[in-house]
Design a protein around this ligand. Structure first.
Ligand code: PEP
Ligand code: MN
Length: 348
């Protein structure tokens, strides 16, 4: 709920009031100071705090309920866009962050080559999976911790940050040791134990949209991570299941402005999984930038025809160069730039 205090209370009184809220079992966020201070209040697990509880407090002028089930993820509790750092690259601001790389780490040579190719075209964050959630148990499952190590060395060699998927709380320590950002995949968007685990890991989280998740489901998944103590969450639209079968998924471009309206969290678009077709990645990347995405996640493979996963949607390196040129053009027309951060010092 949003609590408005009486007019012209001094700073110490407002601060004392906020301390009291924390003591009562709430999380308090100062939304506006001066004049009538406004405070966003979220009851922590189990705290029985109702509007009436607050109306009875002498400092309070009025109380408005927050009529969405997600609270910390709501823009009403946090009017300004959230910006956080992903291994040296700010995500959520005016700069457009490009995360690119193969679907999976396949070998030392493949990931080093892929990293060099995407960095040369202008990506600042290397993406790849070391633990792959595959539909078939007979398909390539990823190289596990060895994949994380290879990916880290490839990212460091290029001065890039790295984002990789976590599929089980059992791998949390390993993934957090190597990665700058932890990805929660579409299939795990409502794996609440995993969400609570990443809430405690101290790394930014890329939360992909479940393939049949509504905006509210998705924001509630973000709320899980935030309520567990990690407010650095980016929302990644990666396509949803619809009646259409020609494309692998249907990229919901409207999700981008909708989420930016409902929430303050950065929004990323993944047109690779969102279409499943290499030829559709560039036009949908441009659509996503036009719609206001803060970042793009693009699958690129040095040799897509030989990729062990998602070859059909992976761009050839030259195509990724074309995509980056087109993205720079659209971003520029909208007064934005593609983030080309200073290289991250290697050897971490
Ligand atoms: C991926 O990014 O490689 C991936 C598996 O994505 P999603 O969870 O969106 O299917
Ligand atoms: Mn993939």
């Amino acid at each position: 709920m949003i609590v408005t205090l009486r007019e012209n209370l001094d700073r110490a009184t407002v601060q004392g009031f906020m301390k009291r809220l924390e003591w009562m079992g709430a999380r308090a966020v100062l939304l506006q100071n001066g004049g009538q201070a406004r405070i966003g209040v979220v009851a922590r697990g189990g705290a029985n705090l109702t509007e009436r509880t607050f109306r009875l407090l002498p400092e309070v002028a009025s109380v408005e309920p927050l009529d969405t089930p997600y609270k910390m993820a709501s823009r009403r509790l946090h009017p300004h866009d959230t910006v956080f750092d992903v291994g040296g690259t700010p995500l959520g601001g005016v700069g457009l962050v490009v995360m690119a790389g193969p679907c999976a780490v396949e070998s030392e040579e493949q990931i080093h080559l892929a990293a060099a190719q995407v960095r040369a075209a202008g990506a600042t964050v290397l993406r790849a999976g070391a633990y792959k959630p595959r539909t078939s148990p007979y398909a390539f499952q990823g190289l596990g911790e060895e994949g994380l190590r290879l990916m880290r060395s490839a990212a460091d060699a290029q001065g890039m940050a790295m984002v990789t998927e976590l599929v089980s709380p059992a791998h949390l320590d390993a993934v957090c040791r190597y990665a700058d950002m932890v990805q929660v995949g579409a299939r795990n968007m409502q794996n609440f134990e995993l969400l609570k685990a990443v809430g405690g890991c101290g790394r930014p989280v890329l939360l992909k949209r479940g393939m049949s998740a509504t905006y509210t489901d998705w924001l509630m998944a973000a709320e899980y991570v935030m309520a567990a103590g990690n407010e650095q969450v980016a929302l990644c639209e990666r396509g949803i299941r619809t009646f259409e079968t020609l494309t692998r998924n249907t990229l919901d471009v409207a999700a981008i402005p909708v989420l930016r309206d409902l929430s303050h969290l950065p929004v990323v678009a993944d047109p690779s999984h969102g279409t499943g077709l290499r030829a559709m990645v560039l036009p949908m990347a441009l659509a996503a930038v036009s719609a206001g995405a803060h970042g793009l996640m693009i699958e690129v493979h040095p040799d897509p025809d030989r990729a062990l996963s998602d070859g059909d949607q992976s761009l050839f390196p030259e195509q990724f160069g074309d995509l980056m040129r087109a993205v720079r053009g659209v971003a520029g027309a909208l007064g934005r730039t593609v983030t080309d951060a200073e290289p991250v010092p290697a050897g971490r």
